[in-house]
Ligand binder design. Sequence first.
Ligand code: FHN
Length: 691
Amino acid sequence: MATLPRAVLPLVLAGVGAGAPVVAQHDAARSATPLSQDDRMAWWREARFGMFVHWGLYAIPAGAWNGNTDYGEWIRTSAQIPLATYERFQQQWNPVGFDADAWARMAAAAGMKYVVITSKHHDGFCLWDSAQTDWDVGGTPSGRDILRELSDACRRYGIRFCTYHSIMDWHHPDYLPRRGWETDRPTAGADFDRFERYLHAQVTELVQRYRPAVMWFDGEWESTWNHERGLRLFELCRRLDPAMIVNNRVDVHRGGMQGFASSSEAVGDFQTPEQEIPATGVPGVDWESCMTMNRHWGWNQADTVWKSTEELLRNLIDIASKGGNYLLNVGPRADGTFPPLAVERLAQIGQWMSVNGEAIHGTAASVFDALPFGRCTVRAQGDTTRLYLHVFARPADGWLTLPGLGNEVVGAHLLASPERSLPVRRDGGDVRVALPDALPDPIATVVVVDVRGAPIVYRAPVIHAESTDFVHAVTATVASASPALVVRYTLDGSEPSPSSPRADGEIAIRSACTLRARAYHDGRPVTGIVEQAFAKVTPAPAVEVEASEPGLRRARFTSVDWNRIPGALPSPAAGDWETVPAIALGASPGEHVALWFDGYVDVPADDLYRFALASDDGSRLWIDGELVVDNDGLHAMVEKPGRKALARGLHALRVVWFNKTGGAELTLRWARPAQAFAAIPAAALRHDAQR
Ligand code: FHN
């Protein structure tokens, strides 16, 4: 479905430049009426581009320790620096070159609409004078309140002030787990609930003192943090400031660096891919790719591997063309100045944005699939739509082809030269625009194409269904690329025609068939035919069990060093088995551990059952000896699907899970057709009666 720009709240934003009026930090969103998600996200979606700042005590060693020069903000634990040694940096903290206005001015000039600064990174050191701890700038010779100076400067320069805040804390005595190598810091007396209260108190300080527009959590992946704690922290943020945006790392479902939550219970206002750009956007889902300019987040003076301005700008364009935001990082030096190579890139980005910023800010995702010449961003403009074509590579014939564009074209020109129209012609279902011989910008020249009405893209419709096989029935839908197209379908294998039924809603399928569909515009077929076969399947028969008892049997293996589940599982001794009521890990499962669940699932009725197996690290699900879900391997929390047609009665069920190190999670859910996923009830889990 074409993704059109969402309504953007009229924002009262100051112009760029010292002395400009203060930005109304949450605008209309601060009104007493309940805030809609669109209201909350409006300025953020309009922004498209922000600055990440990783700054703290780790900038003092600048990435070097004991002869190794490849450290960054993780230096305290990567270099295994004892706490007492690391604490000495606090007295060396003296950022005499820190100029918050200079930072804000560079961000604004680069076209960045918000700044996210590390209020506290994993080392626990706070860039404000917190009442909760002395491990902060208040205890340094300079004593400067970095967050106060930067938040004030952001307001002066018309950009939003935001804070990154790490849940993981390598300094606080109540935070667990300790680093594996930190044998000199006893855990006796450590109270994680007390740490959670400390965390809440500091977040409350940050919001009440500095009013961040975004709370960017991180460090949520260790076993002591869980969904319940994340939900409490998210709800605290909502209570403190309903207009404040909170990322998905407040919770535990982001699934590693790909950053998109994998669970329906996950909370957070936007998804957070890191150091990567997703292949496509996700209509209706807010997301932001955070990336470095070189190879480190925190300042590393030896890091010479800097991305070019071309790469950084094309990342911004690619991300915006997928409907996402780009959070580009700067790691300031210990004295508070930006590295010169970062300053240079920000200025060059700013030059491009000063000409082409309207092709980024306030735009929505492309209405096309891949474009060989570059990218597209979109802006609705009343009864027309503006397409911004970002040309990375000039086609050999000098023409840009817009595949399947069905709209009438109002006009086309270079964004930089609106006075000069470009030739446009229709070529069947495509529109083509002639480029001038010389493209003004080698990184990305923006061509504007204004079209009448909402975008109409003659892209083939997409068939969706929970499953392509079924026992009783299955429901299918056919999605169109544009609301201006009519999709017609057949179920008897014949070609759709203008008189075939419209695929406007759910299509019930009760017998084996092939669904065929194509799109029409003004009665004309304008796409090819898509098709999907659906099969009626016979449920696997239930197994005969002489006698069974409630619960599953579970065996625990320790000291395992698996990267994948072995083909031949170790044989548990009879005494290693215990009976459990559910497929769950229980308290603190630990590391280098594996669990084997064995027994039966009591299926209530003949049907096609879908399964969702989620785990950190690997897991596999067998039903009646058939591998139904393979979620094996070393990974963060990831959910994988599977399905099997099962007759009413008992079916053999086996789940194997392992955790090598770090986070440990395991959930298995199931669903019948058109039902939501849910945990398998304890009453449905049984095992052979003890012989
Ligand atoms: O461990 C951090 C890392 O230091 C950095 O802050 C990035 C930026 O998002 N986040 C974590 C790694 O995912």
